[in-house]
Every structure is written in structure tokens, then in C-alpha cells.
Design a protein around this ligand. Structure first.
Ligand code: ASP
Length: 351
């Protein structure tokens, strides 16, 4: 009898030790996809991007390491990129046709499958925090415009003057995009041609082209030590967007999605295509219904379906075991990860 009790006791100890073992914490980020090539990147610019991406990784990872949740880690990593003018989110957001900065953001918690989003906001310093507040402190999933701003203010979030979001580079990009519109058909034809050939480095035209084809949205997916996944995305949308246009980032299932049973996904790219292809949910569905791995599912959607439909961009995706996928069908994508062992990598180009 004593023998059996001893065995039983050891089994119980073993199980509880396993339960308490920290899981595979992992964090993955992106800072946008597009025509990002070595030819149009200076060493200074590359360093600035790498530094900012590394900082975002480290801030998010520190939260996971000290036992924070995946949602908290996503918020911390995205704050770094929202506060940097290098990315098209928060400070550095692109301009609408009317010369404003209108931002979208979303978050999803893979454990509760709750989600929150804001769209077309102009005065919330960190839109990802407003999305989290919608998820955690309201009965709704998405709030837009002045209503979302009123809610954010009521919840004590940081409210700024719209001029806070101004950056000269983005303003110039709007002027260029507007000029191009006068020759819209020609420009489109040129873009088509150049997508196939790749830009010729150095020419002013190519610089314009490069600006127009860069999607600088930011996103993060994380896995915490409790085995819970979360995804978040924050963006200024697309330069020269019109009349209250909302992109894929705040649309749950299109640009942002998380489910502990499958994966967490954040997307960047030409939003209209990502909405129509319900990209993030499609990746999750391929895993759920067809048993695909996160890599195969993400590749199927980004490198096959989206390419066939003409949708340029990429995603970051993470499953509950810490497996990562970061496919993109554009020239480059600012991206990085940090895994359970603390190993981290920041990548920009295709090769
Ligand atoms: N997906 C974003 C949008 O269409 C743009 C981006 O990725 O930068 O609003």
C-alpha cells in the first residue's frame, strides 16, 4: 500500500511540475511589407529600422518573460513601433487624400476569442491601446471615428492633437501620390510593369514608386507562458485613401485574428485584397479544417491565393507550439522574432 501511495505521490508531483513549467514564449513582429530592396536602402536607414524592430521585440519579450499575457506583450511591442516615425502607425501614419492621419487598429485574444478594434481615429496616440480597451472594457468589437475617440478619452487613454501625427516624409508621399493620380492609368501601367521587373535603383521615379508601394503597418503575434496566443495590428492605412476608407487591419479575420486552437495572425499589404480574401481567418481555417501546419497554411494563402488575386503583402503567424511563419509576396517585409531561448532575428529583404 505504502509503495502505491509513494508512486501516486510522485506522479502527482510530476504532473504539477509540468503544469507550472513556463511554456514556449515567443513573439513575432512586422513593420510592413512592400518594395523594400537593398538598392533603395541606405545603411543609416537600415540601422534605424533594425534598432526600432529590435526594441519592439525586446519590450514585448520582457513582458512575456516576467509572466505577462500575450495581449500585454502585443501592446508593448506595438507601442514601440507606433511611437516611431519610421512606421505607418501612430506617429508616422500616412495621410489621407484630405491631408489627415486616420488610423485603424485591432487586437484579438486567442484564449477568450474576444476582439477589439478602432477605425478612422485621429487623436488617439496609441490606437492599439484603444483597440484593447474596446475588447476589455466595452461590450463591442469595433468602434469608429469620434465615437471611438470619445470612448478612448473616457477610458483615460492618451489623447493628442492631430498635428502630433505629422511627418514631412509622409506628407511628401501624399503630394506625390496626388500628382500621380492625374496620370492614374499611366501610373498603374508603370506599376504593373515595375512589379514584374523590380525598380531600377536611383531614378527619382523609382523613389516615388517605392514610396507608393510600401505598406508600413505594424503588427505583433505572441505566445505567453500560459499557452495563450494574441494578435494585434495598427496602421495609418494607405496614402491618399479616400472618404472614410477602412483597411484590413481592424477587420477581425482579415488583417488580425487569434485562436488558441490554431494560430495568431497579423497582416500587412494592400488591405482591399486582404479583406476580400479574409486572409487571417483563412490561415486559421486551413489549420483547423485541413490540419495544415502554420507554415503551410500561411504560405498557401499569401504565396498562392493572394498572388493569384493580385494582393500584395505578407503576414506573421504563430501557433500554440511556438512555430512561426512570416511569408510575403512583395520585395521585402520588415519582420523579426524572438523565441523561447531568447534567440532573436530581424529580417528585411527576401534573401
Ligand atoms: N494593410 C494596410 C491597409 O490596407 C496597409 C499596410 O499594410 O500598410 O490599410
Amino acid at each position: 500500500m505504502k509503495f502505491f501511495l509513494t508512486i501516486l505521490f510522485s506522479i502527482c508531483c510530476c504532473i504539477s511540475a509540468q503544469a507550472q513549467q513556463p511554456g514556449k514564449i515567443t513573439l513575432v513582429i512586422h513593420g510592413g511589407a512592400g518594395t523594400i530592396t537593398r538598392a533603395n536602402m541606405s545603411p543609416e536607414k537600415e540601422k534605424a529600422y533594425r534598432d526600432a524592430l529590435n526594441e519592439a521585440l525586446q519590450k514585448g519579450y520582457a513582458i512575456l518573460k516576467k509572466g505577462g499575457t500575450s495581449v500585454q506583450a502585443v501592446e508593448a511591442a506595438i507601442h514601440v513601433m507606433e511611437n516611431s516615425p519610421l512606421f505607418n502607425a501612430g506617429k508616422g501614419a500616412v495621410f489621407t487624400n484630405e491631408g489627415k492621419n486616420e488610423m485603424d487598429a485591432a487586437v484579438m485574444d486567442g484564449k477568450s476569442m474576444k476582439a477589439g478594434a478602432v477605425a478612422g481615429v485621429t487623436v488617439i496616440r496609441n490606437p492599439i491601446s484603444a483597440a484593447i480597451a474596446v475588447m476589455e472594457k466595452s461590450e463591442h468589437v469595433m468602434m469608429a471615428g469620434t465615437g471611438a475617440e470619445k470612448f478612448a478619452k473616457e477610458k483615460g487613454l492618451n489623447i493628442v492633437d492631430p498635428s502630433y501625427f505629422y511627418t514631412e516624409a509622409r506628407y511628401k508621399a501624399l503630394q506625390k501620390a496626388k500628382e500621380d493620380e492625374k496620370v492614374e492609368l499611366d501610373h498603374n501601367a508603370k506599376e504593373e510593369k515595375d512589379i514584374k521587373k523590380g525598380p531600377k535603383s536611383g531614378a527619382v521615379d523609382d523613389l516615388i514608386f517605392t514610396e507608393g508601394k510600401k505598406f508600413g503597418t505594424v503588427g505583433c503575434v505572441a505566445l505567453d507562458q500560459f499557452g495563450n496566443l494574441a494578435a494585434g495590428t495598427s496602421t495609418g492605412g494607405m496614402t491618399n485613401k479616400r472618404y472614410g476608407r477602412i483597411g484590413d487591419a481592424p477587420i477581425i479575420g482579415a488583417g488580425t485574428y487569434a485562436n488558441n486552437a490554431t494560430c495568431a495572425v497579423s497582416a500587412t499589404g494592400h488591405g482591399e485584397y486582404f479583406i476580400r480574401s479574409v486572409v487571417a481567418y483563412d490561415i486559421s481555417a486551413l489549420m483547423e479544417y485541413k490540419g495544415l501546419s502554420v507554415k503551410d497554411a500561411a504560405n498557401e494563402v499569401v504565396m498562392k491565393k493572394l498572388v493569384e488575386r493580385g494582393g500584395e503583402g505578407g503576414v506573421i503567424a504563430l501557433d500554440k507550439n511556438g512555430n512561426i511563419a512570416m511569408p510575403f509576396n512583395s520585395e521585402g517585409m520588415y519582420r523579426g522574432y524572438i523565441d523561447n531561448t531568447g534567440k532573436s532575428e530581424v529580417l528585411i529583404y527576401k534573401d
